[in-house]
Design a protein around this ligand. Structure first.
Ligand code: DGL
Length: 330
């Protein structure tokens, strides 16, 4: 029999740490009130999966997370992964921005040990809450040798997603998390079953290490809509080093915004065409002559993921070809 894995569970808040007045409160409740020890106390079965140690790093909704929160979580996870007596880390997290924290870890941690980020759509106090099972599944995934080398994973609703692809695609349903090409696998009764692996480079195969990151450059996102005007674009890009332009459809740019975005690019703002549709590829030099205009494209990255990738890429280069290459590689 192999020894049980040693896991550290880091609490950061969210619905998984929430509490409602009554069991019918599946959507109205207080977030980030239960401590990580209390949450783990609801699943004594987890002790059979792994030796567990818990620590409370943050206690706030993930809608509040900024770059400093990402750096703090990344540093702590990296410290733990570096220890010989830690085999994997689970981070409990609000679901709103779970995909962003997970992707940031996926790109900046330098370890093959499993890291799983997990949340829930209903608080532990709600009828048919997904909190206990999601956490149990996350621990099962982090404890299992087959999860090594896959980068950071997000576990929800019995599914195991790669941090690169997963997005929260619904505001209240239990199956809120989807990956455009499907989950990597599933978890059934405490055992992960994988059917695919991440194709794009991550963790050990990226040039970014959390240990070397101090401050992060400012990259913003603008969501395209019919009445978006040049003044708004100029205000958004005034202090930014990069702008993810979440255009309509295939990253289309309205005629009256082409020149303002070209001017922004000439001022040194890295303008990246993305799509507000939620999935699909934005083809480079497809809907717009990106190279002629000095723009970049995201490949298939969601705007919130593209922001993180550009942010990290800009810590090492301002070369447009190198930045574009990052979107094709990660
Ligand atoms: N406050 C939201 C967050 O922490 C709650 C959403 C959730 O955790 O499901 O992201």
């Amino acid at each position: 029999m192999t020894a049980k894995a040693n896991l550290v569970v880091i609490g950061t808040g969210g619905t998984i740490a929430g509490q409602g007045k009554a069991s019918v409160n599946t959507s109205s409740y207080l977030c980030s009130v239960l401590g990580i020890d209390e949450i783990l106390g609801t699943i004594p079965e987890a002790a059979k999966l792994a030796n567990l140690r818990a620590e409370q790093l943050l206690q706030t909704g993930s809608e509040n997370f900024n770059n400093a929160h990402l750096l703090a979580i990344g540093r702590r996870v990296a410290e733990l992964l570096a220890r010989d007596d830690v085999d994997g880390v689970v981070v409990t997290h609000g679901t709103d921005t779970i995909e962003e924290t997970a992707y940031f870890l996926h790109l900046t941690l330098k370890s093959a040990k499993p890291v799983v980020v997990v949340g829930s759509m209903r608080p532990p106090s709600a009828m048919s809450s997904d909190a206990a099972l999601n956490l149990y599944d996350a621990l099962a995934v982090a404890a299992h040798a087959s999860s090594r080398g896959l980068g950071t994973l997000v576990v929800a609703n019995n599914e195991i997603h790669t941090a690169r692809d997963v997005v929260k695609g619904n505001s209240f349903k239990l199956d809120a998390f989807c990956s455009p090409y499907g989950a990597l696998g599933v978890v059934i009764e405490g055992v992960p079953r994988y059917y695919r692996r991440p194709a794009r480079a991550h963790t050990l195969d990226t040039p970014w290490s959390i240990d070397a990151l101090d401050t992060l450059p400012k990259v913003d996102i603008v969501y395209a809509y019919g009445a978006l005007d040049a003044d708004t674009l100029d205000a958004i890009t005034a202090n930014a080093r990069g702008l993810i332009y979440a255009g309509t459809g295939n990253g289309n740019v309205a005629g009256h915004l082409i020149n303002p975005l070209r001017v922004a690019a000439r001022r040194g703002v890295h303008v990246v065409r993305a799509s507000r549709t939620g999935s699909g590829v934005v083809l480079h030099n497809g809907a717009q002559p990106d190279d002629e205009f000095g723009w970049l494209t995201v490949d298939d990255q969601a705007p919130q993921k593209a922001r993180l990738l550009l942010t990290l890429a800009l810590t090492q280069t301002s070369d447009r070809e190198a930045l574009q290459a990052a979107f094709e590689r990660y």
